[in-house]
Design a protein. Sequence first.
Length: 64
Amino acid sequence: GLASQSLVRLSMSGERVVGEERLLADMQPKERIRDVRQGPDGALYLLTDNKDGRVLKLVPPARR
């Protein structure tokens, strides 16, 4: 929702939610996430309501 201050990652099994993970819940300063898009590079781009207009790029950790 537009009031969220975290990103929720859901794990699915078919059409059933089997897991939930909250990301960026401790982000400072507190900002609401306004939009989330996946880029062609696979990264997630988040738009926040920061007064200066912030766009965050989330990439998965490197796999070993």
